[in-house]
Design a protein around this ligand. Structure first.
Ligand code: ADP
Ligand code: GLC
Length: 485
């Protein structure tokens, strides 16, 4: 039996701000439980719903380094053991993340607490699989502070990059203070870039926790093949491309999957009309009408309905949407937006809803239920991201028969096959250059096909719905990776 511990900052069903939580929650479920004992550890945020928190059992508490409280709680759910690191001072906010300055201290604490707790809770993993910058100090602590302890000898680490834009960066002085790591870690080439200008005082040097995860872990993965190449270039690497290039033989791009039990139009209890390959055209129209009604739009099952379901951040290509909005609204379409995040984009969609009443409907907020109804009722999903490590919304929309319209970057490029009208192939519309003219061009093409080549549109939906974006394939690749270690 292989024992693996997933360490992360979010995980469904407990706490989610984006796709990271979906992956950490669903990937362990994909493995055969008689071969793999995969457990998950996350912080015990107050943001976790009280009914979950009430079910947790405190299994241990201690003072880490003789000064700071660590509580360990446990919960079994759907055959998986979850652990939660409890500390009121760090995790009692109503949201999982604060600002970077505070988060550096909170997640350095979390990373050290995970390792400190392991000998006490009776679980010794063969592999610790760390996700994103928040857990990137685990491999660093393991190879330095915890190195002499026989309990940890032979534990291997994988570090998965879900988004390199967030990398846990500050100056050496602050990160040394919050982490308590020894001086040797702050040499250029370790947590500090090898190109660091050494003439300035050492405490002011730029220091990146994610660099530590990349340097010290046995393997590094990211969530699509294209993104694994992109991040080795200065344009996408966020200043870490040097170390990623250096470690490229240990860098794997493994595409994400989605949970086919949660995302299943045949059985989804959150959508009004369930459907499959035989009846999707008529049932999706009914879902569309119900969705239009819910969103305050004119009910018309024949109008092309675009949707956006997204964190509202720069990553997601919303500047392009802003630039094309007037031209888009001149078309015979509806646009439904579900998203929350950056206030600028929230207000932007409120503005367009006011400017184009009945045509644009924006729900500024977070709603799992509404997201399901949008995937089941919208005709096309817009994902024009500037960069996208993998992206799950286009995978969900393929499964639900909503045609994705994407920028060819990262996982979007690897999962959406460009539509070819003459060969009747492809699963969505895509554009190569990140520009508003290329986006509007694709949107107009989509409009034309939708109204004038209904059969081709239907074939495209059918091809997308027939693909397999469950974890089946990628789980095999993770298995291969784990067995090499
Ligand atoms: P990212 O992790 O960069 O936000 P992904 O496409 O990987 O992007 O994952 C986004 C996930 O979050 C999907 O499951 C999507 O349905 C969900 N999601 C995003 N915004 C919202 C929202 N406002 N309400 C409900 N679900 C949302
Ligand atoms: C990140 C990325 C997204 C990816 C998700 C899960 O949030 O932005 O592209 O799908 O992680 O790996």
């Amino acid at each position: 039996m292989k024992k693996i511990l997933f360490a992360a900052s979010e995980c469904v069903p407990f706490v989610k701000t984006g796709g990271l939580a979906d992956v950490v929650g669903s990937l362990p479920q994909a493995f055969n439980k008689s071969e793999y004992d995969i457990r998950v550890i996350i912080p015990c945020y107050h943001a976790i719903r009280p009914d979950w928190r009430e079910k947790m059992e405190t299994i241990y508490y201690f003072q880490m380094d003789n000064r700071i409280y660590v509580g360990v709680k446990r919960l079994e759910h759907d055959g998986i053991t979850y652990y939660f690191i409890d500390n009121e001072q760090y995790f009692s906010g109503i949201v999982p993340y604060y600002d970077m300055f505070q988060d550096l201290e909170r997640f350095a604490y979390f990373s050290k607490a995970v390792l400190s707790a392991l000998p006490l809770i009776g679980f010794r993993p063969d592999i610790i699989h760390c996700h994103d910058w928040q857990t990137s100090l685990i491999p660093v602590y393991l190879n330095t502070v915890f190195q002499g302890d026989p309990f940890f000898r032979g534990i291997r680490t994988v570090f998965t990059i879900h988004n390199i834009r967030f990398k846990g960066e500050w100056d050496v002085g602050h990160i040394r203070w919050v982490s308590g790591l020894p001086n040797e870690c702050f040499e250029p080439g370790l947590l500090v870039s090898p190109y660091q200008n050494r003439s300035i005082p050492r405490d002011d040097w730029n220091c990146t926790m994610m660099r530590g995860g990349i340097v010290y872990s046995d393997y590094v993965t990211t969530v699509s093949n294209t993104y694994s190449w992109e991040i080795q270039t200065p344009g996408f690497g966020e200043g870490l491309d040097d170390i990623l290039k250096w470690r490229h033989e240990r860098l794997w791009g493994i595409i994400n999957g989605i949970d086919y039990k949660v995302w299943d139009p045949k059985a989804d209890k959150r959508i009004p009309f369930n459907y499959g390959l035989n009846n999707f055209t008529s049932m999706r129209k009914k879902n569309k009408k119900a969705l239009q009604k819910e969103m305050g739009l004119k009910e018309d099952e024949n109008v092309l309905t675009f949707a956006i379901v997204s964190r509202l951040t720069d990553q997601k290509g919303l500047d392009l949407i802003d630039q094309v909005m007037d031209r888009l609204c001149a078309m015979n379409i509806n646009l439904i937006v579900l998203g929350t995040g950056n206030e600028y984009y929230e207000n932007m969609f409120r503005y367009y809803q006011g400017k184009y009443p009945g045509k644009v409907a924006a729900c500024i907020g977070y709603s799992e239920d509404l997201a399901h109804r949008i995937y089941a009722g919208a005709d096309a999903l817009l994902v024009p991201s500037a960069f996208e490590p993998c992206g799950l919304t286009q995978l969900i929309s393929l499964r639900y028969g909503a045609v994705p319209i994407v920028h060819e970057t990262g996982g979007l490029k690897d999962t959406v096959k460009p539509f070819n009208e003459f060969e009747d192939t492809g699963t969505g519309f895509s554009f190569a250059n990140y520009s508003s003219s290329d986006l509007i061009d694709r949107l107009k093409h989509a409009e034309w096909i939708f109204y004038n080549r209904k059969e081709l549109w239907k074939h495209m939906q059918k091809r997308g719905m027939s693909e397999d974006w469950s974890w089946n394939n990628s789980m095999q690749i993770y298995k291969d990776l784990y067995s090499r270690m």
